[in-house]
Design a protein around this ligand. Structure first.
Ligand SMILES: *Cc1c(COP(=O)(O)O)cnc(C)c1O
Length: 358
């Protein structure tokens, strides 16, 4: 590894703060006063709550008590941060008056959680962040939002499903936001905390901060990704996540046509391949129900045998560069949206042929 000045201030020649450089980038992109980076967004939420709300109450809407996957469940995260969850409203509807009646002398802050992986539809009501921030400020309390996958640019401009930007929350008066670096943002695994300097000062002094901090490689990778965000007009070329999300279906279709016959040449008689339209799921804790049109190579078993498809899927996953398909409606679909380098796929076809011949 190259020498670096992670905790050394080149100007003063004294010990420096490892967060300085990344902090100014995050502040520039989110409109925040201060920021820091920890291991992941789960750590960001735990650190923020245990600093600002330990031993006190935090009202959260019943519609936002989500489980993210793994072991991140909002009620349990709050418990392990030492604060008391005060459930507010109903699963489908929460009103401002519900929050208002939950605020007491024990309240530490008001919090909203992005319902990242599911959507409420029908007879629903929630309190927007601007209104909630106003209520918090009336009571001299901070208002925090766990954004899940933070978004730094206007997704609608790229033809993708809209998602509020981190800077919108700050502009609407939210005092503290937390989000992942490795979901829609497209960076390394980390969690970003941004907002009011007075709150960040307290958060950074918490002894837990050191336990949850990130190493210099992550800071370097995050900093390179954030620098790309300074030029949003070229992001769909420079940032792989956005390049793949915005790839036109027509481009993917051309690739599918090119590769389909090559693949067919290496598959035994037991399989038939064709190209087919499909949908890519964005997922990853954001845009839960959104899909984007894409193209796939669709492989069927000539004998209509599921076991043939499962065998092919297994052998594809065992290649030196694993190829991951999904079986849907009697076909193995290889969605080509994320195939950047065709030769890596083509080079392996003889290996696949050999494996299937055994
Ligand atoms: C994904 C997510 C988390 C956890 O983030 P990690 O970076 O995976 O730890 C927490 N809260 C919400 C709302 C999320 O979507």
């Amino acid at each position: 590894m190259l020498p670096n000045n992670l905790e050394f201030d080149l100007e003063t020649g004294q010990r420096g703060n490892r967060d300085n450089h990344i902090e100014s980038l995050i502040c520039e992109l989110t409109g925040s006063e201060a920021a820091t980076v920890v291991n992941n967004n789960a750590a960001a939420v735990v650190l923020a709550l245990s600093t600002l709300a330990k031993g006190r109450e935090v009202p959260v809407s019943r519609g936002e008590l989500v489980e993210i996957g793994g072991s991140f469940r909002v009620p349990e995260v709050m418990e392990s941060s030492g604060c008391t969850l005060v459930e507010v409203g109903a699963t489908n509807r929460t009103h401002l008056k519900d929050y208002r009646s939950a605020v007491s002398a024990q309240t530490a802050l008001l919090m909203k959680v992005h319902t990242s992986n599911y959507r409420l539809e029908g007879f629903t009501q929630s309190v927007d962040e601007k209104t909630l921030a106003e209520l918090a400020h009336e009571h001299k309390l901070p208002c925090m939002v766990d954004l899940g996958s933070g978004c730094l640019i206007d997704f609608a401009d790229l033809g993708l499903p809209g998602e509020p930007k981190a800077s919108d929350y700050i502009a609407n008066g939210i005092d503290l936001i937390t989000f992942s670096g490795d979901k829609l943002l497209g960076g390394p695994q980390c969690g970003i905390i941004a907002g009011k300097k007075s709150l960040l000062d307290r958060i950074c002094k918490n002894p837990l901060k050191r336990a949850l901090r990130v190493d210099s490689m992550i800071l370097a990778a995050l900093s390179e990704v954030l620098k790309l965000y300074r030029h949003p007009e070229t992001l769909t070329q420079t940032l792989p996540t956005l390049r793949q999300l915005t790839r036109p279906a027509s481009d993917i279709e051309e690739q599918a046509v090119r590769l389909c016959s090559e693949l067919a040449n290496h598959l035994p008689q037991a399989y038939r391949s064709a190209t087919a339209p499909c949908y890519s799921q964005i997922g990853s804790g954001a845009l839960p129900v959104e899909t984007i049109p894409s193209f796939a190579i669709a492989i069927e078993s000539a004998e209509d045998r599921d076991s043939d498809l499962r065998r092919l899927a297994t052998e594809l996953r065992k290649l030196p560069r694993p190829v991951i398909g999904r079986i849907h409606d009697g076909r193995l679909l290889l969605d080509l949206r994320c195939l950047d380098c065709e030769s890596l796929f083509l080079e392996q076809l003889p290996l696949l042929e050999n494996a299937l011949a055994c």
